[in-house]
Design a binder for this molecule. Structure first.
Ligand SMILES: Nc1ncnc2c1ncn2[C@@H]1O[C@H](COP(=O)(O)OP(=O)(O)OP(=O)(O)O)[C@@H](O)[C@H]1O
Ligand SMILES: [Mg+2]
Length: 302
């Protein structure tokens, strides 16, 4: 994973040299969308990366949280004439600062019914390998579009669906946010096993856990570390998943979403000195380190 730039990055599933990083957990409300948008914004703000956010959730929260209009989007990628689709026309810009933005390829048409149709079609032809090939071919057919980005972050929907299973397979890396409640660990075992089942290379794929909504003095840190040890002992997995971010519970997160409507709910922009902003920057630093990306500006830098 250690390279000097994303363009020299090798071994991505699509061979277009751009890492696809999915933010996934079957459990709802654990901070997937918040993590996707904050890491995306921090990579743009502090690392000068050109970032595409792919919103694969029919709830369309990336667009909704960013105050963007709901309109036709990512489902076009799965249409019959996908090769002719001009994806750049479907991208919406999420403004971070006057001269910086991240791009969103969202599932925002008809309140997400587009992706629902894609999902139904996938279920009807329950043939995992063909669907995987289809997704990879769709991405390759649009290699120019995806190739202009340094990194693609995928906001996954909750639940276990044909779409999530395919994302586990085609994404190069997976970040697993989990809220700091013990009940939140229930589904992780299943998620990790599913990544193993659908991709066959879980060890190199799962980047790490992000512990979200952490309360001061909570005992959950040690629980998740024990859980990680447990995976190491589990005969079938034999792996340790590192914790790559600790995000505190903070009213600033909700505020950033509700009060910054119309712009990106990025904590680095809305409340740059707040604890969750600092924590998301540290998480982004950890992600960037894995790719050898160099930091270009400090917190609050625009
Ligand atoms: N660190 C935090 N402190 C306080 N609130 C938070 C924190 N992280 C997320 N939230 C809030 O928790 C709620 C759920 O977060 P988010 O939408 O990111 O979760 P999700 O996993 O994407 O949910 P879904 O499964 O529905 O897509 C949101 O209202 C968000 O503002
Ligand atoms: Mg979400």
């Amino acid at each position: 994973m250690e390279t000097n730039s994303s363009k020299s990055f090798l071994g991505t599933s699509t061979d277009i040299g751009v890492p696809f990083i999915a933010v996934a957990n079957h459990k709802g409300g654990v901070g997937k969308t918040t993590t996707t948008l904050n890491v995306a914004a921090d990579l743009a703000l502090f690392y000068g990366k050109k970032v595409l956010v792919m919103d694969m959730d029919k709830q369309a929260h990336c667009a909704f949280f960013s105050g963007l209009e709901r309109r036709e989007g990512i489902e076009k990628l799965f249409s019959a004439n996908y090769k002719q689709v001009v994806l750049s026309e479907l991208v919406q810009k999420i403004d971070l600062t006057d001269n910086l933005c991240i791009d969103l390829l969202g599932n925002i048409g008809s309140h997400g019914r587009g992706l629902e149709r894609v999902e139904r079609a996938m279920v009807k032809n329950d043939d995992r390998d063909n669907i995987y090939d289809l997704v990879i071919n769709l991405i390759k057919a649009h290699r120019y579009f995806f190739g202009q980005y340094d990194v693609v972050l995928i906001d996954c929907p909750p639940g276990v669906t044909m779409i999530t299973k395919n994302i586990y397979r085609f994404a190069d890396y997976i970040i697993i946010p989990t809220s700091a409640h013990e009940s939140s660990f229930d589904g992780i075992d299943q998620l990790v096993r599913e990544v193993a089942r659908y991709s066959g290379k879980v060890k190199s794929k799962v980047m790490g856990f992000v512990l979200t909504r952490e309360k001061p003095h909570s005992a959950v840190r040690s629980t998740i570390l024990k859980f990680s040890e447990g995976l190491l002992r589990a005969k079938s997995l034999q792996m340790r998943i590192p914790v790559i971010g600790y995000i505190p519970e903070s009213a600033r997160v909700e505020e950033a979403t509700t009060k910054s409507l119309g712009t990106c709910p990025s904590l680095a922009v809305y409340a740059p000195k707040s604890k969750p902003a600092v924590a998301y920057e540290a998480l982004t630093d950890n992600v960037a380190k894995m790719f050898g990306w160099k930091k270009q500006s400090k917190r609050g830098g625009k």
